[in-house]
Design a protein around this ligand. Structure first.
Ligand code: ATP
Ligand code: MG
Ligand code: MG
Length: 375
């Protein structure tokens, strides 16, 4: 294909587009806002909502293959796209991953371990769910949530009413047991249109207030657990008949793993691969949807990727000479809003512990824990 169409103009689309350009492809993007991180570097920028079939048809006219950086494309648009143009990833995985209930049901039907959960439709239903799951628990919307938005942690019975009042408009909801995990992991893998599969090194993720703060690779886990995570992810990919990229978020408690959620696209926790792997998750994704052989996912050096949220960007730029040498990525978003993902830095190191210690001392990421969901 000569021109790749990307649904969604955020940083994931931008980094896909940057990889695709290096590989000689042209890029068209469809996104509701003009001058998006991807739109500003694309050949064609179609400003249109994700539920607008006219926009989708316009995109189809100018490109040869279609992919997405965003799973919340409406089912109608996704079905239209699949029917009228070449969307090698299909639309089925979109439907599952954009709806937490469908996602939970799918994971359960594959026999893959997840935190105990219940669907909640009413306040009485919430009480019943708490009685069967126990506390603490996490109460989540089924659609549209990201970075911990649309979630409430229920610590005790006295939080029930507030949590219900906060989220009831978004019913149906999901209540999950709060897992006392030792650490969080993610596994990113890619399957090409020819069925070839490749998996990235397992990543360890630290969240702050429900938002990814940093990713450490390789994850500091036993070989046994790494093997388990790898196998779980592969089983999921097979069960879902994956084409393209899939990120699987997991909780590790002792040697037990629970799948938290999936995303059918390159993922924030895979950004380390741009600088630390033979092939980045973005190049790999483009290879997969364009039918090229996949690249090696070998880790060239241990890495720590740290997100730059709105409140971190300027302090980081000001302190750059005080920080260890790293690879700086800035997405070109106009407004550096609090908690908005503005960029990231990837540090390559032979001594991750020393580097983590140094970063812990840095004033850049020392801001008070505000915003997002308190945990
Ligand atoms: P994303 O931006 O990754 O899509 P999201 O808004 O969909 O985030 P989750 O991944 O469900 O949210 O939750 C965000 C974070 O909150 C998790 O990474 C984890 O740190 C914590 N969390 C969520 N659910 C649970 C749980 N059941 N037990 C313990 N911690 C949880
Ligand atoms: Mg999510
Ligand atoms: Mg998540």
């Amino acid at each position: 294909p000569a021109k790749i169409g990307i649904l969604g103009g955020g940083q994931l689309g931008r980094m896909m587009a940057l990889s695709a350009r290096e590989m000689g492809y042209r890029i068209a993007v469809m996104e509701p806002a003009a001058d998006s991180p991807c739109g500003m570097i694309a050949d064609d920028e179609i400003v249109s909502g994700y539920d607008d079939q006219q926009g989708a048809a316009e995109l189809a006219k100018v490109c040869d293959v279609l992919t997405y950086e965003f799973e919340n494309i409406t089912a109608e648009t996704a079905a239209y796209l699949e029917e009228h143009m070449y969307l090698p990833q299909g639309s089925e995985l979109l439907k599952i991953s954009q709806d937490r209930l469908k996602e939970k049901e799918a994971v359960q039907s594959f026999g893959i371990p997840a935190a105990p959960w219940e669907a909640v439709y009413t306040y009485a239903g919430l009480k019943d769910a708490v009685a069967s799951i126990g506390l603490p628990a996490v109460f989540k919307t089924t659609r549209g949530g990201y970075d911990g938005k649309g979630q409430a942690v229920i610590q005790s019975e006295s939080d029930l009413h507030t949590a219900w009042e906060e989220l009831k408009e978004a019913a149906p909801l999901v209540l999950e047991k709060k897992i006392a995990f030792d650490l969080e992991l993610s596994v990113i893998m890619t399957r090409s249109t020819s069925g070839e599969m490749a998996i990235f090194p397992i990543a360890e993720n630290e969240h702050r207030n429900g938002i990814l703060h940093r990713t450490i690779v390789p994850a500091r886990i036993s070989d046994n657990l790494a093997e388990k995570a790898d196998m779980l992810a592969r089983r999921l990919a097979e069960s879902l008949e994956l084409t393209g990229t899939l990120a699987v978020e997991m909780f590790a408690e002792g040697e037990q793993l629970y799948v938290n959620e999936i995303a059918p696209r390159p993922h924030n926790s895979g950004h380390f691969s741009i600088n630390a792997c033979e092939t980045s998750q973005f190049e790999q994704h483009i290879r997969a949807v364009c039918g090229l052989p996949l690249g090696s996912t070998d880790l060239l050096k241990p890495a720590v990727m740290v997100n730059l949220l709105g409140q971190h960007l300027q302090p980081c730029l000001d302190e750059l000479d005080q920080l260890p040498a790293g690879h700086l990525h800035v997405y070109g978003k106009k407004e550096a809003k609090h908690n908005r993902k503005m960029g990231h830095i990837t540090f390559l190191t032979d001594d991750p512990e020393a580097l983590l210690h140094e970063l812990d001392e840095s004033p850049v990421w020392k801001e008070a824990a505000t915003g997002g969901t308190k945990r």
